[in-house]
Ligand binder design. Structure first.
Ligand code: F7E
Length: 329
């Protein structure tokens, strides 16, 4: 049985990836930090077959111990401080976990190695936030980086050190440059889920308004379930490489709002939206749009869920989710 080790197992992508790898017959191990992690119980309920392994991206010894125990075929490094807004307030923590954490993970792989003819294959979750103030449109694997947040800067380090370890030590290490990817499992702090969840709550009479920051920002939004397949595909190739994973379409936060409020049956969103400068970022990423043609050609990857379908899926989920919560009160 093939074994996969995932950091960030309780996040959106960790859960999608665990689900996908289990359908492929993998035994999945998820690293979890802390003495009491409230997400542990939720993970156990959702994925009873995932084995939880203690460890922390800020503690190299714990990573080595975890890898020695698991002896994985594949290592997916999805763990990070992933909320861009928070990275401005906790820049040092972000650098340590999201940036240096990748170096520690690679060092642990280098030390433990895996069987001689079956080295551990490493996937690094890189991000379109590395492009930041974009130098060209659409963005490809060759577009220079210009990050606009401590999160973006830390991800650039993670990407570069992954490439460096591949080139220096011949490690099988891939960097997946994933553009925004969403879905019902997205955390409520991210703008898409904040919109679909609050639209559902307004529809059900729980909330009256939604308070947002910059709604002119444009993102290339795909479905997380499609994107985790690309992670796995990268690790099945003969040679390790880096790939942009995106839809090739861009939409503004305003467009997302329009569609979500229409779908929930509230009509024009403007009457429900307020703006608060506390949601503005010290530096913003105005426009992202990725070119996934390398992944399409070399991996045979293609996104299945389009923008309209994504909003639809999230709105339907949040109506059901909030209705269920109301019934429990
Ligand atoms: O913001 C604007 C905000 O926080 C999207 C992470 O997964 O994708 C994600 O990063 C846009 C920004 O995601 C609110 O200013 C307006 O322009 O949903 P977000 P993100 O920053 O694009 C990348 C690829 C990652 O790697 C990250 O880990 O929406 N916006 N008003 C708002 N954003 C939030 N969160 N909340 C607002 O009220």
């Amino acid at each position: 049985m093939r074994k996969a080790f995932i950091t960030g197992i309780t996040g959106q992508d960790g859960r999608h990836l665990a689900e996908f790898l289990q359908t492929k017959g993998y035994k999945v191990y998820g690293m979890m930090k802390g003495q009491y992690n409230p997400r542990a119980e939720l993970l156990r309920d959702e994925f009873p077959e995932v084995e939880v392994v203690p460890g922390d991206l800020t503690d190299l010894t714990s990573l080595v111990t975890a890898l020695e125990y698991v002896q994985p075929d594949e290592f997916y490094n999805l763990g990070a401080i992933s909320f861009v807004a928070m990275s401005f307030n906790q820049a040092e923590l972000t650098a340590n976990v999201t940036g240096l954490g990748v170096l520690r993970a690679l060092e642990a792989v280098r030390m433990v190695g895996g069987a001689q003819n079956n080295p551990i294959r490493f996937y690094q979750a890189s991000s379109s936030e590395m492009f930041g103030k974009v130098r060209e449109t659409p963005q490809t694997e060759l577009t220079p980086f210009h990050p606009r947040s401590p999160y973006g800067v830390a991800k650039v380090f993670g990407h570069d050190i992954t490439v460096n370890y591949r080139e220096s030590y011949g490690m099988y290490a891939c960097s997946g440059i994933l553009f925004n990817h969403e879905g019902p499992r997205r955390g409520l702090e991210f703008v898409t889920r904040k919109i679909t969840n609050t639209a559902a709550r307004i529809k059900l009479g729980i909330d009256k308004e939604i308070v947002l920051g910059n709604t002119d920002a444009k993102r290339d939004w795909g479905y997380a379930g499609d994107y985790v397949k690309a992670m796995w595909m990268m690790l099945q190739q003969d040679d390790p490489d880096d790939y942009v994973i995106a839809t090739g379409e861009t939409h503004s936060v305003d467009e997302f709002l329009t569609l979500a409020f229409e779908k929930v049956g509230l009509g024009d969103f403007h009457q429900y939206v307020k703006h608060d400068p506390k949601y503005l970022r010290p530096a913003e990423v105005d426009l992202l749009i990725g070119d996934p043609s390398k992944a399409e050609k070399k991996l045979g990857w293609k996104r299945e869920v389009g923008f309209d379908q994504l909003v639809d899926m999230m709105v339907k989920h949040d109506i059901a989710y909030e209705t269920h919560r109301l019934k429990k009160i």
